[in-house]
Design a binder for this molecule. Sequence first.
Ligand code: ZN
Ligand code: ZN
Ligand code: FE
Length: 765
Amino acid sequence: MAPTADGGVRLVIRASGIVQGVGFRPFVHALAMRHGLAGFVLNDTSGVLIEAEGPAAEAERFLAALRTELPPAARLFRLEVSREAPLGRAAFEIRPSEARAARAVPVSPDLATCAACLREVLDPSDRRHRYPFTNCTNCGPRFTICRDVPYDRSRTTMAAFPMCPPCRAEYDDPSDRRFHAQPNACPACGPRLVLRDRTGAPLPAEDPLRAAALLLREGRIVAVKGLGGYHLACDASNAATVAELRRRKHRRGEPFALMVRDLDAARRLALVDPAEAELLEGPARPIVLLRRREGAPVAGDVAPRQKYLGIMLPYTPLHHLLLRESDSPLVMTSGNIHDEPIAFRDEDARERLGGLADAFLTHDREIHIRCDDSVARVFRGRPMMIRRSRGFAPLPLRLPFAFARPVLATGALLKNTFCLVKGNLAYLSHHIGDLENLPTLEAFEQGIEHFTRFFDIRPRAVAHDLHPDYLSTRYALALPPEVEKVGVQHHLAHAAACMAENGLEEPVLAAAFDGTGYGLDGALWGGEFLVVGPGVFERAGHLKEVPLPGGDAAVREPWRTAVSHLVSAFGGDLPDLPFLEEVDPAALDLVRSMIRKGFHAPPTSSMGRLFDAMAALAGIRIRTTYEAQAAIELEMAADESEEDSYPFDLGENLVVDPAGTVRAAAEDVRHGLPAATVAGRFHNTVARMVSAVADRLRRRRGLRKIVLTGGVFQNTLLLRKTAGALEAAGFEVFTHHEVPPNDGGLSLGQAVVADWRCRCASPCP
Ligand code: ZN
Ligand code: ZN
Ligand code: FE
């Protein structure tokens, strides 16, 4: 029915998205008051139902404000509005939720402490002064404490803490910032801190937080229980402590993340542009990779050979208080040994971290779901996720198209995430880890179980990698027969992920560069030029294959791949290069014979491995201690102002041969040119290679859009140069932003391809 003649109207509004437990109803209530409207708001099974009546002009202003002035934690996915005749209501009320309120209502990600809560924590006259678990509807834990849906206190790990009368009054008051804030707590009724020694015995301390801060200042390592798991913390300016942490964690070389007190403290360590500041200070609070300042006051061992420092700001009151007690930045690295998942249960943490930490700063609020810190950087003024986890997961990505049926995608091996898609919402999981041990597999299985329940998704198809031995593949293939199994080639999935987040549905070119992915022919792919779209998948070109002597051993020993590329470029007579003198002659002979005979030396077209080879050749590194270390250090070493490049051969059928590149680089090294020059020229070469191949394909296929994807494109120097070269040649370039270019984003692409298959093969329910 249309509005009545006197101009009054009743808006009936259905809002779906993240609208429960985020202060949405009080916000609507306040908005209705402001505009003098009557009616009600309530939570129902699809989100929030609002009826608001009054003068038509006010009602429309109310509607406009509803769209634009959301509370910080709320997200609108859909707003349906109808205009009806007013019923003559007199007041606006918040009505009780419908009994079966919403399974499908998404759980919000964990949110950094808001400014209002921080003010209370720092205010000596406030009842929450120095209370480390202060939160409100705009901030605090969500996903990590959630046991089940619908999201309310009884289904979170806060169920163990009955609210005291003042907290209960806040919780029940629609005008209060803590109205229905499920984790609401105060010193009288909420969780408490405790300091324990390495065996788990409580240490007497009047103020555990101050005592922990003192230990940190004295150079001790403290395990700190945070939002999604334990961190190992220590004073980042203390070289001896940082070295000791490396020794205990068995972590050689891989950079540690830092937490600093505030933006000013971050600026003392690194250059921070406005987009980076926004990312640092935003409610998700990821670790942001920032360009390190010359002479930044942190131990060199925090991030050896890096141009960047991974820096985050405090995201819980506990962190704020701890950083305010410390004079210097803290290393805050995940609480684990080597490749194991981060510890998050207290028992487990005591067992596994007892040998790593001198003390535990812990508390009695349980973490239900482990969630690692997210990692991001800024590329061309926009965030680019490297690891999308705490603060982002389980927020769904909105796709520009709706899936034909619900799909689960299980990801690959390294940096695993899984993805569940229903309609146009893609729930990309938190970071699970390298899926190669039992604890990680358990986290993977539990994660899938949580997500299917939280978002009420029963997948009809499961997409998986083609590698038969990945645990993610085996999990998928073991699902019941009624769930259709869809194997998706690794680099196709990378390209589809980048397309999906950029809203591309038509066929495009893709450069998919990474370490390794299982190819259609069973070979190790990784330097791929593809034509990709719904129902379209063509390997249009690729890096020429070389043998990878020793398979995985070559990943840890880049000198092997360098020798392989040298043999490919020079034949039997290797040039004299300094790095070869560092290699044991017997090992060198063995590797050369493996290459000659093709024994235990699978062919690979990997671009990541070519980066490794160049790093070894340039004398940067012949052995690695963490994944992609040599390639990363090649990026860090590169002279960014270098403009020259090396030759390469586009070859028959775009099988690109880098032999000329390797010969020219070897020549430079023999002439004593610095590694920075060689690395810079190599980056330029790869950029030109992509643009040359793309140009050929454009002429042949008429395609002028290209996606750049795969772990190699985490390298922002390469990304900048490649995008620049392509744009100069008239291409439209698409890169990753919300979804990592590495295997952390792969599951989204797998799901998308499973949907393409469904839409292209007509008999689909
Ligand atoms: Zn707050
Ligand atoms: Zn209380
Ligand atoms: Fe990959």
